[in-house]
Design a binder for this molecule. Structure first.
Ligand SMILES: [Zn+2]
Length: 513
Protein backbone atom coordinates (compact mmCIF):
# COMPACT_ATOMS: atom_id res chain seq x y z
CA UNK A 1 0.00 0.00 0.00
CA UNK A 2 1.34 3.40 -0.93
CA UNK A 3 1.87 6.15 1.57
CA UNK A 4 -0.72 8.39 -0.09
CA UNK A 5 -4.39 7.85 -0.75
CA UNK A 6 -6.62 10.27 -2.66
CA UNK A 7 -10.32 10.33 -1.78
CA UNK A 8 -11.76 13.35 -3.63
CA UNK A 9 -10.56 15.57 -6.47
CA UNK A 10 -11.50 18.78 -8.22
CA UNK A 11 -9.44 20.65 -10.84
CA UNK A 12 -5.93 19.24 -10.21
CA UNK A 13 -6.49 19.49 -6.43
CA UNK A 14 -7.14 16.55 -4.17
CA UNK A 15 -8.23 15.57 -0.71
CA UNK A 16 -6.19 12.67 0.60
CA UNK A 17 -4.21 11.10 3.42
CA UNK A 18 -0.51 10.56 3.93
CA UNK A 19 0.36 7.65 6.23
CA UNK A 20 3.40 8.28 8.41
CA UNK A 21 5.05 6.56 11.35
CA UNK A 22 3.24 9.04 13.61
CA UNK A 23 -0.27 8.90 12.26
CA UNK A 24 -2.19 9.86 9.19
CA UNK A 25 -2.08 13.40 7.86
CA UNK A 26 -5.20 14.66 6.09
CA UNK A 27 -4.35 16.68 2.96
CA UNK A 28 -4.27 19.33 1.70
CA UNK A 29 -2.37 20.27 4.81
CA UNK A 30 -0.58 23.30 6.08
CA UNK A 31 2.56 22.27 7.94
CA UNK A 32 3.59 24.93 10.47
CA UNK A 33 7.32 25.54 10.79
CA UNK A 34 8.47 24.85 14.34
CA UNK A 35 11.76 26.26 15.54
CA UNK A 36 13.70 23.57 17.39
CA UNK A 37 14.97 26.10 19.93
CA UNK A 38 12.77 29.21 20.15
CA UNK A 39 9.18 28.33 19.28
CA UNK A 40 6.58 31.10 19.77
CA UNK A 41 3.44 28.94 19.79
CA UNK A 42 3.71 25.74 21.86
CA UNK A 43 3.54 22.62 19.70
CA UNK A 44 0.75 21.40 21.98
CA UNK A 45 -1.34 24.38 20.87
CA UNK A 46 -0.61 23.53 17.23
CA UNK A 47 -1.79 19.97 17.79
CA UNK A 48 -4.89 21.28 19.55
CA UNK A 49 -5.70 23.50 16.57
CA UNK A 50 -5.78 20.43 14.37
CA UNK A 51 -2.38 20.55 12.71
CA UNK A 52 -1.38 16.91 12.28
CA UNK A 53 2.13 17.56 11.03
CA UNK A 54 4.82 20.16 11.68
CA UNK A 55 8.15 20.77 10.00
CA UNK A 56 11.37 21.63 11.72
CA UNK A 57 14.91 22.20 10.68
CA UNK A 58 17.24 19.21 11.03
CA UNK A 59 20.35 21.35 10.58
CA UNK A 60 19.50 23.66 13.48
CA UNK A 61 18.49 20.61 15.54
CA UNK A 62 21.87 19.05 14.82
CA UNK A 63 23.72 22.22 15.82
CA UNK A 64 21.71 22.85 19.02
CA UNK A 65 20.65 19.41 20.19
CA UNK A 66 23.21 17.13 18.50
CA UNK A 67 23.34 13.67 20.09
CA UNK A 68 20.45 14.40 22.50
CA UNK A 69 18.05 14.50 19.57
CA UNK A 70 19.42 11.18 18.33
CA UNK A 71 18.81 9.65 21.74
CA UNK A 72 15.28 10.89 22.40
CA UNK A 73 14.11 11.59 18.84
CA UNK A 74 12.85 14.73 17.17
CA UNK A 75 9.30 14.27 18.50
CA UNK A 76 10.51 14.65 22.10
CA UNK A 77 12.81 17.53 21.26
CA UNK A 78 9.99 19.65 19.90
CA UNK A 79 7.24 18.10 22.03
CA UNK A 80 4.98 16.98 19.20
CA UNK A 81 3.57 13.47 18.97
CA UNK A 82 2.07 13.86 15.49
CA UNK A 83 3.98 13.61 12.22
CA UNK A 84 7.22 15.55 12.00
CA UNK A 85 8.81 16.56 8.75
CA UNK A 86 12.41 17.72 8.71
CA UNK A 87 13.93 20.11 6.29
CA UNK A 88 17.62 19.43 6.00
CA UNK A 89 18.74 23.01 5.88
CA UNK A 90 18.34 23.88 2.23
CA UNK A 91 16.75 27.15 3.23
CA UNK A 92 19.82 28.06 5.27
CA UNK A 93 21.88 27.38 2.15
CA UNK A 94 19.66 29.81 0.28
CA UNK A 95 19.93 32.48 2.96
CA UNK A 96 23.52 32.19 4.14
CA UNK A 97 25.38 30.18 1.51
CA UNK A 98 26.93 26.79 2.22
CA UNK A 99 26.50 24.56 5.28
CA UNK A 100 29.29 22.85 7.18
CA UNK A 101 27.76 19.41 6.80
CA UNK A 102 27.75 16.86 4.00
CA UNK A 103 24.51 15.49 2.52
CA UNK A 104 25.28 11.92 3.66
CA UNK A 105 25.85 13.00 7.27
CA UNK A 106 22.69 15.09 7.17
CA UNK A 107 20.68 12.13 5.86
CA UNK A 108 22.07 9.85 8.56
CA UNK A 109 21.11 12.42 11.20
CA UNK A 110 17.55 12.80 9.87
CA UNK A 111 17.24 9.02 10.06
CA UNK A 112 18.58 8.80 13.57
CA UNK A 113 16.28 11.49 14.99
CA UNK A 114 13.30 9.59 13.55
CA UNK A 115 11.68 12.22 11.39
CA UNK A 116 8.54 10.94 9.64
CA UNK A 117 9.13 12.80 6.39
CA UNK A 118 12.74 13.71 5.70
CA UNK A 119 14.23 15.85 2.96
CA UNK A 120 17.76 15.31 1.68
CA UNK A 121 20.12 18.28 1.81
CA UNK A 122 19.48 20.28 -1.34
CA UNK A 123 20.81 23.34 -3.08
CA UNK A 124 17.81 25.62 -3.61
CA UNK A 125 17.63 27.57 -6.86
CA UNK A 126 15.21 30.25 -5.62
CA UNK A 127 14.23 32.79 -8.25
CA UNK A 128 16.36 34.81 -10.64
CA UNK A 129 19.39 32.55 -11.00
CA UNK A 130 21.00 32.37 -14.44
CA UNK A 131 20.07 29.15 -16.20
CA UNK A 132 23.56 27.70 -16.13
CA UNK A 133 23.89 28.18 -12.35
CA UNK A 134 20.43 26.77 -11.75
CA UNK A 135 21.33 23.78 -13.89
CA UNK A 136 24.40 23.15 -11.74
CA UNK A 137 22.27 23.29 -8.56
CA UNK A 138 19.76 20.83 -10.02
CA UNK A 139 22.53 18.38 -10.94
CA UNK A 140 24.10 18.67 -7.53
CA UNK A 141 20.77 18.17 -5.71
CA UNK A 142 19.95 15.14 -7.88
CA UNK A 143 23.31 13.51 -7.11
CA UNK A 144 22.93 14.12 -3.37
CA UNK A 145 19.32 12.91 -3.43
CA UNK A 146 20.39 9.71 -5.17
CA UNK A 147 23.08 9.01 -2.58
CA UNK A 148 20.52 9.65 0.19
CA UNK A 149 17.73 7.45 -1.14
CA UNK A 150 20.16 4.65 -2.02
CA UNK A 151 21.50 4.53 1.53
CA UNK A 152 18.11 5.08 3.18
CA UNK A 153 16.98 2.40 5.62
CA UNK A 154 13.35 3.24 4.96
CA UNK A 155 11.47 1.53 7.84
CA UNK A 156 8.36 3.63 7.40
CA UNK A 157 10.30 6.86 7.06
CA UNK A 158 9.25 8.86 4.02
CA UNK A 159 11.92 10.62 1.99
CA UNK A 160 10.72 13.57 -0.07
CA UNK A 161 12.69 14.36 -3.22
CA UNK A 162 13.65 18.05 -3.40
CA UNK A 163 12.68 19.45 -6.83
CA UNK A 164 14.74 22.46 -7.92
CA UNK A 165 14.98 24.61 -11.03
CA UNK A 166 13.22 27.86 -10.13
CA UNK A 167 11.66 29.65 -13.06
CA UNK A 168 13.55 27.45 -15.53
CA UNK A 169 10.68 25.09 -16.16
CA UNK A 170 12.60 22.51 -18.19
CA UNK A 171 15.02 22.18 -15.27
CA UNK A 172 12.10 21.79 -12.85
CA UNK A 173 10.72 19.00 -15.04
CA UNK A 174 14.10 17.30 -15.38
CA UNK A 175 14.70 17.53 -11.65
CA UNK A 176 11.25 16.10 -10.86
CA UNK A 177 11.56 13.27 -13.38
CA UNK A 178 15.00 12.35 -12.06
CA UNK A 179 13.76 12.16 -8.47
CA UNK A 180 10.67 10.15 -9.43
CA UNK A 181 12.90 7.65 -11.22
CA UNK A 182 15.00 7.24 -8.07
CA UNK A 183 11.87 6.06 -6.26
CA UNK A 184 11.11 8.95 -3.89
CA UNK A 185 7.57 8.31 -2.57
CA UNK A 186 6.94 12.04 -2.10
CA UNK A 187 8.22 15.25 -3.69
CA UNK A 188 8.98 18.68 -2.27
CA UNK A 189 9.09 21.68 -4.61
CA UNK A 190 11.75 24.19 -3.78
CA UNK A 191 11.90 27.81 -2.85
CA UNK A 192 8.79 29.68 -3.88
CA UNK A 193 9.51 32.27 -1.16
CA UNK A 194 11.40 34.50 -3.57
CA UNK A 195 8.69 34.13 -6.21
CA UNK A 196 6.20 35.45 -3.71
CA UNK A 197 8.40 38.28 -2.49
CA UNK A 198 8.45 39.48 -6.10
CA UNK A 199 4.72 38.88 -6.66
CA UNK A 200 5.60 36.29 -9.31
CA UNK A 201 2.52 34.21 -8.63
CA UNK A 202 2.08 33.23 -12.27
CA UNK A 203 5.67 31.95 -12.38
CA UNK A 204 5.02 29.99 -9.20
CA UNK A 205 1.92 28.45 -10.81
CA UNK A 206 3.94 27.49 -13.90
CA UNK A 207 6.62 25.94 -11.70
CA UNK A 208 4.04 23.84 -9.81
CA UNK A 209 2.52 22.56 -13.07
CA UNK A 210 5.94 21.76 -14.54
CA UNK A 211 6.82 19.71 -11.44
CA UNK A 212 3.45 18.02 -11.16
CA UNK A 213 3.39 17.00 -14.84
CA UNK A 214 6.78 15.33 -14.45
CA UNK A 215 5.86 13.06 -11.52
CA UNK A 216 3.24 10.31 -11.12
CA UNK A 217 -0.16 11.55 -9.90
CA UNK A 218 -0.01 9.10 -6.98
CA UNK A 219 2.89 10.96 -5.31
CA UNK A 220 2.09 13.70 -2.80
CA UNK A 221 3.70 17.05 -3.58
CA UNK A 222 4.93 19.40 -0.86
CA UNK A 223 5.51 23.09 -1.57
CA UNK A 224 8.19 24.76 0.51
CA UNK A 225 7.60 28.11 2.22
CA UNK A 226 4.19 28.83 0.80
CA UNK A 227 1.56 28.74 3.52
CA UNK A 228 -0.37 31.94 2.91
CA UNK A 229 -4.09 32.32 2.18
CA UNK A 230 -3.14 34.11 -1.06
CA UNK A 231 -1.27 31.12 -2.47
CA UNK A 232 -2.97 28.15 -0.78
CA UNK A 233 -6.12 27.93 -2.95
CA UNK A 234 -4.40 28.04 -6.32
CA UNK A 235 -1.43 25.89 -5.25
CA UNK A 236 -3.84 23.19 -4.09
CA UNK A 237 -5.90 23.54 -7.27
CA UNK A 238 -2.72 22.98 -9.27
CA UNK A 239 -1.79 19.83 -7.37
CA UNK A 240 0.13 20.68 -4.17
CA UNK A 241 -0.86 18.49 -1.24
CA UNK A 242 1.13 19.96 1.65
CA UNK A 243 2.90 23.29 2.20
CA UNK A 244 4.87 24.74 5.04
CA UNK A 245 5.81 28.21 6.10
CA UNK A 246 7.06 30.15 9.06
CA UNK A 247 5.14 33.23 7.95
CA UNK A 248 2.70 33.05 10.86
CA UNK A 249 5.55 33.84 13.27
CA UNK A 250 7.80 35.87 10.95
CA UNK A 251 4.95 38.21 10.04
CA UNK A 252 3.85 38.50 13.67
CA UNK A 253 7.35 39.61 14.58
CA UNK A 254 6.93 42.56 12.23
CA UNK A 255 3.39 43.36 13.38
CA UNK A 256 1.79 41.89 10.28
CA UNK A 257 -1.68 40.40 10.33
CA UNK A 258 -2.55 37.69 7.78
CA UNK A 259 -6.02 37.54 6.36
CA UNK A 260 -7.74 35.83 3.46
CA UNK A 261 -6.85 38.52 0.95
CA UNK A 262 -3.43 39.63 2.02
CA UNK A 263 -1.25 40.79 4.87
CA UNK A 264 -1.92 44.00 6.76
CA UNK A 265 0.07 46.09 9.20
CA UNK A 266 -1.53 45.83 12.62
CA UNK A 267 -1.11 49.62 12.97
CA UNK A 268 -3.47 50.25 10.07
CA UNK A 269 -6.27 47.92 11.19
CA UNK A 270 -9.39 49.52 12.67
CA UNK A 271 -11.67 46.43 12.65
CA UNK A 272 -10.89 42.78 13.21
CA UNK A 273 -13.20 40.82 10.95
CA UNK A 274 -11.70 37.43 11.86
CA UNK A 275 -13.72 35.30 14.30
CA UNK A 276 -10.70 33.47 15.78
CA UNK A 277 -10.23 33.42 19.53
CA UNK A 278 -7.62 36.18 19.42
CA UNK A 279 -9.65 38.57 17.27
CA UNK A 280 -12.95 37.92 19.02
CA UNK A 281 -11.48 38.75 22.42
CA UNK A 282 -9.35 41.79 21.53
CA UNK A 283 -9.84 45.16 19.92
CA UNK A 284 -7.17 46.23 17.43
CA UNK A 285 -5.69 48.64 19.97
CA UNK A 286 -5.61 45.98 22.71
CA UNK A 287 -3.81 43.71 20.29
CA UNK A 288 -1.33 46.44 19.35
CA UNK A 289 -0.44 47.26 22.94
CA UNK A 290 -0.58 43.77 24.46
CA UNK A 291 2.69 42.53 26.00
CA UNK A 292 1.83 39.22 24.30
CA UNK A 293 1.34 40.86 20.95
CA UNK A 294 3.80 38.57 19.15
CA UNK A 295 2.22 35.36 20.46
CA UNK A 296 -1.33 36.62 19.89
CA UNK A 297 -0.60 37.77 16.38
CA UNK A 298 1.19 34.48 15.59
CA UNK A 299 -1.84 32.61 16.83
CA UNK A 300 -4.25 34.68 14.75
CA UNK A 301 -2.03 34.19 11.68
CA UNK A 302 -2.18 30.43 12.22
CA UNK A 303 -5.97 30.56 12.44
CA UNK A 304 -6.11 32.59 9.23
CA UNK A 305 -3.96 30.03 7.39
CA UNK A 306 -5.94 27.13 8.84
CA UNK A 307 -9.18 28.73 7.75
CA UNK A 308 -7.81 29.06 4.22
CA UNK A 309 -6.89 25.35 4.11
CA UNK A 310 -10.27 24.30 5.52
CA UNK A 311 -12.01 26.49 2.96
CA UNK A 312 -10.11 24.80 0.12
CA UNK A 313 -10.90 21.34 1.48
CA UNK A 314 -14.60 22.18 1.67
CA UNK A 315 -14.52 23.63 -1.87
CA UNK A 316 -13.01 20.38 -3.23
CA UNK A 317 -15.69 18.34 -1.44
CA UNK A 318 -18.43 20.53 -2.88
CA UNK A 319 -17.00 20.54 -6.39
CA UNK A 320 -16.71 24.32 -6.16
CA UNK A 321 -12.92 24.64 -6.20
CA UNK A 322 -13.03 26.69 -9.42
CA UNK A 323 -15.32 29.33 -7.91
CA UNK A 324 -13.21 29.33 -4.74
CA UNK A 325 -9.89 29.78 -6.53
CA UNK A 326 -11.11 32.49 -8.91
CA UNK A 327 -12.54 34.46 -5.97
CA UNK A 328 -9.18 34.21 -4.20
CA UNK A 329 -7.22 35.33 -7.27
CA UNK A 330 -9.06 38.65 -7.20
CA UNK A 331 -7.21 39.62 -4.02
CA UNK A 332 -4.32 41.06 -6.04
CA UNK A 333 -3.80 41.86 -9.74
CA UNK A 334 -0.55 39.88 -9.83
CA UNK A 335 -2.34 36.93 -8.33
CA UNK A 336 -5.04 37.24 -10.97
CA UNK A 337 -2.38 36.58 -13.61
CA UNK A 338 -2.56 32.92 -12.54
CA UNK A 339 -5.69 32.76 -14.74
CA UNK A 340 -3.42 33.00 -17.79
CA UNK A 341 -1.46 30.00 -16.54
CA UNK A 342 -4.72 28.05 -16.27
CA UNK A 343 -5.60 29.17 -19.80
CA UNK A 344 -2.23 27.87 -21.00
CA UNK A 345 -2.85 24.49 -19.37
CA UNK A 346 -6.60 23.85 -19.68
CA UNK A 347 -6.37 20.07 -19.93
CA UNK A 348 -4.19 20.02 -16.82
CA UNK A 349 -6.90 21.44 -14.53
CA UNK A 350 -9.45 19.20 -16.22
CA UNK A 351 -7.61 16.08 -15.09
CA UNK A 352 -9.15 15.84 -11.62
CA UNK A 353 -12.49 17.53 -12.27
CA UNK A 354 -15.40 15.09 -11.91
CA UNK A 355 -17.56 14.90 -15.01
CA UNK A 356 -20.77 15.20 -13.02
CA UNK A 357 -21.25 17.20 -9.86
CA UNK A 358 -23.97 17.48 -7.25
CA UNK A 359 -23.99 21.25 -7.21
CA UNK A 360 -24.71 23.76 -9.93
CA UNK A 361 -21.75 25.42 -11.63
CA UNK A 362 -21.78 29.19 -11.10
CA UNK A 363 -20.82 31.40 -14.04
CA UNK A 364 -19.81 35.03 -13.55
CA UNK A 365 -17.50 36.27 -16.28
CA UNK A 366 -15.54 35.43 -19.38
CA UNK A 367 -13.02 33.60 -17.11
CA UNK A 368 -15.55 30.84 -16.62
CA UNK A 369 -15.16 29.82 -20.26
CA UNK A 370 -11.90 28.23 -19.06
CA UNK A 371 -13.72 26.00 -16.58
CA UNK A 372 -13.14 22.29 -17.12
CA UNK A 373 -16.90 21.63 -17.11
CA UNK A 374 -17.46 24.24 -19.81
CA UNK A 375 -14.60 22.97 -21.94
CA UNK A 376 -15.69 19.35 -21.72
CA UNK A 377 -19.26 20.32 -22.62
CA UNK A 378 -18.04 22.11 -25.75
CA UNK A 379 -15.99 19.05 -26.62
CA UNK A 380 -19.02 16.82 -26.36
CA UNK A 381 -21.11 19.06 -28.64
CA UNK A 382 -18.26 19.27 -31.13
CA UNK A 383 -18.64 15.56 -31.81
CA UNK A 384 -22.45 15.59 -31.79
CA UNK A 385 -23.99 13.86 -34.81
CA UNK A 386 -27.56 13.78 -36.07
CA UNK A 387 -29.21 12.56 -39.29
CA UNK A 388 -31.39 15.68 -39.40
CA UNK A 389 -30.71 18.00 -42.34
CA UNK A 390 -31.72 21.31 -40.80
CA UNK A 391 -30.44 23.21 -37.79
CA UNK A 392 -32.56 25.59 -35.71
CA UNK A 393 -30.76 28.00 -33.37
CA UNK A 394 -32.60 29.78 -30.61
CA UNK A 395 -31.71 31.70 -27.44
CA UNK A 396 -31.76 29.66 -24.24
CA UNK A 397 -35.27 29.68 -22.70
CA UNK A 398 -35.94 30.39 -19.01
CA UNK A 399 -36.66 26.73 -18.23
CA UNK A 400 -33.90 24.22 -17.69
CA UNK A 401 -33.48 21.72 -19.33
CA UNK A 402 -34.68 23.51 -22.46
CA UNK A 403 -36.76 20.61 -23.80
CA UNK A 404 -39.18 21.14 -20.91
CA UNK A 405 -39.83 24.77 -21.87
CA UNK A 406 -43.25 25.46 -23.42
CA UNK A 407 -41.79 27.80 -26.03
CA UNK A 408 -39.25 25.18 -27.10
CA UNK A 409 -41.87 22.43 -27.25
CA UNK A 410 -44.00 24.62 -29.52
CA UNK A 411 -40.97 25.57 -31.61
CA UNK A 412 -40.15 21.91 -32.16
CA UNK A 413 -43.69 21.31 -33.33
CA UNK A 414 -43.51 24.16 -35.82
CA UNK A 415 -40.14 23.36 -37.35
CA UNK A 416 -40.80 19.64 -37.70
CA UNK A 417 -38.91 16.45 -36.98
CA UNK A 418 -36.19 16.93 -39.56
CA UNK A 419 -34.83 19.95 -37.70
CA UNK A 420 -32.19 19.74 -35.00
CA UNK A 421 -33.07 22.36 -32.38
CA UNK A 422 -30.17 23.83 -30.39
CA UNK A 423 -30.28 26.54 -27.76
CA UNK A 424 -27.51 29.11 -27.40
CA UNK A 425 -25.81 29.55 -24.07
CA UNK A 426 -23.20 32.27 -23.40
CA UNK A 427 -20.92 29.78 -21.62
CA UNK A 428 -21.76 26.31 -22.88
CA UNK A 429 -22.12 27.51 -26.45
CA UNK A 430 -24.58 25.43 -28.42
CA UNK A 431 -26.82 22.96 -26.64
CA UNK A 432 -28.61 20.33 -28.76
CA UNK A 433 -31.93 19.66 -26.97
CA UNK A 434 -30.95 16.02 -26.50
CA UNK A 435 -27.90 17.11 -24.47
CA UNK A 436 -29.89 19.62 -22.42
CA UNK A 437 -29.71 17.71 -19.18
CA UNK A 438 -26.08 16.67 -19.29
CA UNK A 439 -24.00 18.42 -16.63
CA UNK A 440 -23.69 21.38 -16.42
CA UNK A 441 -26.29 22.35 -19.08
CA UNK A 442 -29.18 22.00 -16.68
CA UNK A 443 -27.10 22.62 -13.56
CA UNK A 444 -25.70 26.09 -13.77
CA UNK A 445 -26.55 29.61 -12.79
CA UNK A 446 -25.10 32.58 -14.65
CA UNK A 447 -24.99 36.27 -13.77
CA UNK A 448 -27.16 37.93 -16.43
CA UNK A 449 -25.26 41.21 -16.62
CA UNK A 450 -21.75 39.96 -17.38
CA UNK A 451 -22.35 37.26 -19.98
CA UNK A 452 -19.55 36.89 -22.51
CA UNK A 453 -21.88 37.01 -25.59
CA UNK A 454 -20.82 34.89 -28.54
CA UNK A 455 -17.41 33.72 -27.36
CA UNK A 456 -14.59 32.15 -29.34
CA UNK A 457 -15.23 28.61 -28.00
CA UNK A 458 -18.86 28.86 -29.15
CA UNK A 459 -17.80 29.75 -32.69
CA UNK A 460 -15.39 26.85 -32.70
CA UNK A 461 -18.12 24.51 -31.50
CA UNK A 462 -20.45 25.77 -34.25
CA UNK A 463 -17.74 25.13 -36.83
CA UNK A 464 -17.34 21.52 -35.67
CA UNK A 465 -21.08 20.96 -35.45
CA UNK A 466 -21.52 22.05 -39.06
CA UNK A 467 -18.52 20.05 -40.27
CA UNK A 468 -19.73 16.85 -38.55
CA UNK A 469 -23.28 17.04 -39.84
CA UNK A 470 -25.03 17.65 -43.16
CA UNK A 471 -27.21 20.65 -42.43
CA UNK A 472 -28.50 22.16 -45.67
CA UNK A 473 -30.58 24.76 -43.94
CA UNK A 474 -30.44 26.88 -40.83
CA UNK A 475 -33.54 28.27 -39.19
CA UNK A 476 -33.63 31.13 -36.71
CA UNK A 477 -35.59 34.18 -35.65
CA UNK A 478 -34.01 37.44 -36.87
CA UNK A 479 -35.15 39.19 -33.70
CA UNK A 480 -33.25 36.67 -31.61
CA UNK A 481 -29.98 38.57 -31.02
CA UNK A 482 -27.96 35.53 -29.94
CA UNK A 483 -29.10 33.45 -32.93
CA UNK A 484 -28.59 36.34 -35.37
CA UNK A 485 -25.06 36.94 -34.06
CA UNK A 486 -24.19 33.27 -34.38
CA UNK A 487 -25.72 32.81 -37.83
CA UNK A 488 -23.34 35.45 -39.21
CA UNK A 489 -20.62 32.84 -38.83
CA UNK A 490 -22.41 30.11 -40.72
CA UNK A 491 -21.02 29.29 -44.21
CA UNK A 492 -22.92 30.90 -47.08
CA UNK A 493 -23.47 27.50 -48.65
CA UNK A 494 -26.05 26.77 -45.96
CA UNK A 495 -29.49 28.21 -46.69
CA UNK A 496 -30.99 30.49 -44.03
CA UNK A 497 -34.64 30.62 -43.15
CA UNK A 498 -36.85 32.15 -40.52
CA UNK A 499 -38.67 30.12 -37.95
CA UNK A 500 -42.19 29.58 -39.34
CA UNK A 501 -44.90 31.54 -37.55
CA UNK A 502 -48.02 29.89 -36.23
CA UNK A 503 -51.15 30.87 -38.16
CA UNK A 504 -53.48 30.23 -35.21
CA UNK A 505 -54.62 33.63 -33.87
CA UNK A 506 -55.11 32.29 -30.38
CA UNK A 507 -51.47 31.40 -30.03
CA UNK A 508 -49.61 32.91 -27.12
CA UNK A 509 -46.83 35.45 -27.45
CA UNK A 510 -44.39 32.91 -26.14
CA UNK A 511 -45.25 30.53 -28.96
CA UNK A 512 -44.48 33.20 -31.53
CA UNK A 513 -41.04 33.66 -29.97
ZN1 LIG B 1 -8.10 36.23 14.11
Amino acid sequence: MGIFEVTETDLAGRIGRIRTNHGTVATPAYVPVVHPVKQAIPTKTLKGMGFEMVITNAYITMKRHGKDAEKCGIHDIIGFDGAVMTDSGGYQVLEYGGLDVEPAAMAAYERSIGSDIAIPLDKPTGFGLPRRTAQGYVRRTLADAKATIDSADIDGQIWAGPIQGGEHLDLVARSARGLAKMGFPMMALGSPVEFMEQYEYASLARMIIAARRAIPAGLPLHLFGSGHPLTIPFSVALGCDTFDSASYALYAKHGRYIDQDGTRRLEGISHLSCPCRVCSSHTPSELRTSPERYELLSLHNLYAIKSSVDGVRQAISEGRLWEHVIRGLRAHPRLYEVISVIAENPEYVESGTPQFKQRAALFFTHDDLLRPEVRSYHRMVRSFYTKRTKLCLTAAPPANPAYLDHGIVSLQRRVGKDVQVCTIDPYLGIIPLELGDIYPAAHNMAARNTEPGIAAPTLETLEHLIANNSFAEIIYDRKDAAAAALVKHIPRTIKRNQIPKIKNKKSTRQEQL
